[in-house]
Design a protein around this ligand. Structure first.
Ligand code: ADP
Ligand code: MG
Length: 473
């Protein structure tokens, strides 16, 4: 377990103290924590609460289940004035389920103080009831960006007295295309406020959020526990002639649903993708010079599981956050051992097991040696001819991407697309995967067996009251 703080002068003794008593919390809250069985702080709580209670902006990253809710809830509760009948804290969450969970946890932590009102604002429920709850006086609002925006637009919700804005599960909100909605809400909050951002991963968009809405945020990160031991590392010796063939053998043998394959050069990426595609694999390349539009499309297809192999350079894969990645293949060994550890750490996230396969030719053995020294362990070698082809062809990805021509510019939101496919076209939520809305286009993943019909239904129907053009990628 390692805790890194990216700002100097913050490694105070209190940040390593696990006792809740070391914090400036009121005695009733401390007693309540005892009753809840919260005997000591989790690492992310210990790393973020001292700064959060001191009123600093914070970007906190830690894996799911690490106790992030209490890390912001205790801070916003401590600052709250229950006698002031106004919304003093707003927590934005990606989904209704998560908003409900956060509301429950806040109520649990708030029960030491009398009469703190928490109101949840999510879609799928009539606005009227929510409006009534707001009118009865809410101290804390927890909601999804779209519904919170609706209440702001109708002036049912007023944020003038807000002290604390929390973006919870910010990575998932970005994933779901809520950047603009978050921006709209943040603009309606007072400038003088504390902004707390919590996330399990650290995709590119987080920096953009930080630059636009936060003031000198402190960054705290708690690395996942023992991820490394969950990653199985295997090395294979290859020659220049059979390197690509070895990649195909590994893919056919292990059959991972999602594989990130690293090459040292852009040319190698392109060549490998050409080879894999010719062999029938669903593979895409990611390298520096792609236009933003192309990059968006590649990332959407890979992260929604409608392409099984992403072949990337190290630079291009920076900021890429894919939560479920069964395998990483080092097509070329990197000369930098730190990069190697970073590459393989992409698999085995959030306590899942992962497979890291490395191909090395004779002239890369020096780099392998450096990796061994850096990791303080010997590499485990396997033989390519132990890999038995399964007799089946290349794995077909479980999902297919539909591209809707139209995005944020047309005010399309993920919920609109989901509605068109579930309420209108009659599919179940489980048949629909990730929905990504970019500026001009929308990518929606659907299960392979319904792809063609879903495309036809969308083409014949309406999204947000308008006809749309849809194609299969
Ligand atoms: P995250 O948001 O990081 O995914 P949660 O905030 O949902 O995690 O917390 C996960 C679980 O851990 C919850 O059931 C919560 O009640 C519990 N929990 C949080 N903090 C503590 C603590 N200090 N001690 C014991 N349990 C805790
Ligand atoms: Mg959470």
């Amino acid at each position: 377990m390692s805790t890194t703080q990216t700002q100097a002068a913050t490694a105070t003794p209190s940040s390593s103290n696990k006792r809740f008593e070391s914090l400036a919390l009121n005695p009733a809250t401390l007693a309540n924590l005892q009753q809840l069985g919260y005997l000591e702080m989790t690492p992310i709580q210990a790393a973020s609460l001292p700064a959060a209670l001191a009123g600093k902006d914070l970007i906190a990253q830690a894996e799911t289940g690490s106790g992030k809710t209490a890390a912001f809830a205790l801070a916003l509760l401590e600052r709250l004035n229950p006698r002031r009948f106004a919304v003093q804290a707003l927590v934005l969450c990606p989904t209704r389920e998560l908003a409900d969970q956060v509301t429950i946890e806040i109520r649990r932590l708030a029960r030491a103080t009398d009469n703190i009102k928490v109101v949840t604002l999510c879609g799928g429920v009539a606005l009227r009831g929510q409006r009534a709850s707001l009118e009865q006086g809410a101290h804390i609002v927890v909601g999804t960006p779209g519904r919170v925006m609706d209440h702001l637009a109708r002036e049912y919700l007023n944020l003038e007295a807000l002290n604390t804005l929390v973006l919870d599960e910010a990575d998932r909100m970005l994933d779901m295309g809520f950047f603009d909605d978050m921006a709209t809400v943040a603009k309606q909050c007072p400038k003088e406020r504390q902004t707390l951002l919590f996330s399990a991963t650290y995709p590119e968009g987080i920096e953009k959020l930080a630059q636009q809405f936060m003031r000198e945020p402190l960054r705290v990160q708690v690395a996942a526990q023992q991820t490394e031991s969950l990653i199985e590392q295997r090395f294979y010796e290859v020659t220049r002639a059979n390197r690509f063939e070895a990649v195909a053998l590994l893919l056919n043998h292990f059959r991972p649903i999602s594989t990130l394959a690293f090459c040292n050069t852009k040319q190698q990426c392109k060549d490998l993708v050409t080879y894999l595609q010719a062999q029938g694999f669903s593979a895409l390349a990611l390298y520096g010079e792609l236009e933003q539009r192309e990059r968006d499309q590649v990332l959407a297809q890979f992260s929604n599981r409608s392409a099984s192999v992403l072949v990337a350079t190290d630079v291009a894969s920076r900021g890429l956050d894919i939560t479920q990645l069964e395998a990483v293949i080092n097509v070329d060994i990197t000369p930098d051992p730190e990069v190697h550890v970073h590459r393989i750490g992409r698999t085995g996230r959030a306590g899942e097991s992962g497979l890291a396969l490395s191909l090395a030719s004779m002239n890369e053995m020096g780099s392998v040696g450096k990796i061994e020294q850096y990791q303080k362990r010997e590499s485990v070698w396997h033989k390519l001819d132990e890999l038995k082809p399964t007799g089946q062809g290349p794995l077909l990805p479980p999902m297919v991407t539909l591209q809707i021509l139209g995005g944020r510019k047309e005010k399309i939101r993920p919920g609109d697309v989901l509605g068109a496919l579930t309420a209108d076209a009659g599919y179940s939520r489980e048949q629909i995967g990730k929905i990504v809305v970019t500026e001009f286009t929308t990518f929606v993943a659907v299960q392979r067996d319904i792809a063609l019909a879903a495309m036809q239904k969308l083409n014949a129907g309406k999204v947000k009251g308008k006809s749309v053009k849809v194609r299969l990628l």
